[in-house]
Design a protein around this ligand. Sequence first.
Ligand code: SPV
Ligand code: MG
Length: 578
Amino acid sequence: MNARQPAFVSVSRSARLRQMLLSNELEFMMEAHNGLSARIVREAGFKAIWGSGLAISAQYGVRDNNEASWTQVVDTLEFMADASDLPILLDGDTGYGNFNNVRRLVRKLEQRGIAGVCIEDKQFPKTNSFINGEAQPLADMDEFCGKIKAGKDSQSDENFSIVARVEALIAGWGMDEALRRAEAYRQAGADAILIHSKLSRPDEILEFAREWAGRGPLVIVPTKYYSTPTEVFREAGISTVIWANHLIRSATSAMQAVAKEIHSSQTLVNVEDSIAAVNEIFRLQDADEYSEAEDRYLSSGRAAGAAVVLAASRGKGLEAVTEDRPKVMLPIAGKPLLRWLVDSFKKQGVNDITVVGGYRADAIETAGIKLVVNEQHEQTGELASLACALDKLSGDTVVSYGDLLFRSYILRDLVESEAAFSVVVDSSLTDTENASVRDFAWCSAADDRGLFGNKVVLRHVSSGQNASAEIAAQAPHGRWVGLLNVRGAGRERLQAVMSELQARADFASLDMPALLNALIEAGESIEVQYVHGHWRGVNDLDDFRRAGDFAHAQAPFAAAAGNPGQSAAKRATNGAAQ
Ligand code: SPV
Ligand code: MG
């Protein structure tokens, strides 16, 4: 997670924790037990986190008896430190062993960005102080002082804090013993004393604070004497209050209520409005940052690639075979035309595919695609279909006719283009006498078949609209194959031009070439990638029959070998000839 940086971020976490302990103000720490709760603590406005042993073990479903190993605790803290830039004071129980374990713990905590550790003067393995506290043996005082010294000697960050927790009141050893131990721990180098009590009133804590008389910072955990007004702690000169377990407890009651409700009602409808939205979880995980990073770091935006496939038409001249399905669902060499197209997109990392259906959209197979429907498809043209998917243009997007088959390099080169707009033009098709062929393209230069590598831009594409007289007088340079790549800032510019076109009275009749021409008129440069064959459109029955051969030639040999009607040699010849 990419935690938003507060103003004091230049001060290290350990220095911030130390400042809190030493400050004259009453300070507060809130419990967290994993990355998510650490993030929530920060967003609530707290300045530091208590890495509670009780809460961390509870979220693992184990007891607060050192059942989770210390390395598991440290791994959990790493998630918490990544999720929140707040200082974390770890509840380090007894230090997980003797002085030597404390030394290693301190070094590991520093490596993971943890600001300090609190160790308590009990024996390993400990039990939570609120479970039969009197029965718990305390550590030998001198041995515990040795642990504090060992910890302080092993820290390399001078601001790393060691808080010594006195359990004498919990264990029933009395006030004098508590004060004696606190003083010994202070002299051993503890940066603060945590004085713990299990009484429901703050009396012994307040008495301790009076006797302590400001010899060093005092930290308290008022879980049991929770009804004490906070002002009382302030007046007693307490340094820091720890709210020690309130997020694990609130999460527990929420989970219990929701699980019970869903189990008994067998529906989600009663809980949906009272629990965090899925989007709120995404926000806490910083999902937006991931999307931005994807745009920045994934080469040519391919993994983030999207496509809009125009598939609303029944297909003129194909009525005989499209009674019960749109043209894109015609079977070509064993699978629907649209599936060939979708598979080609997926191969190039273009995974977010929106298909705009219309005629018999119900017959479109939706596996791996999003389907939107142009309900007006009978009265409208391609741009009206594209408009149905405009809000789906979220990143770099290929806009494609739905009736295309092509060799994979054509799409690969198109999506790798850096241009805001690029199109594929087939320079082998220039015969304008052939009335069934549309989408002729006039470009800034003819296809030099890669000889000079010149950049070529589109000038005009023939559409239902007439070309200017000047352009129509020249022979076209080829035919636009029906593939347009829109990249980066091109997306907003395309959306702007689409808005202008949508305002026109004749919008319903406009086709894709009209959009390309409008982009050109708006001053956009549309890069041309010439090809010479290697693709097929399916515009009539003849195309449909020939498409099977073309498709077979694109399939892997093993798959194509399943076709008994064609020898490998024949397939190879066809492929080369396309
Ligand atoms: C913890 O939060 O794990 C503590 C505080 O040690 S208490 O549970 O109050 O002992
Ligand atoms: Mg604890």
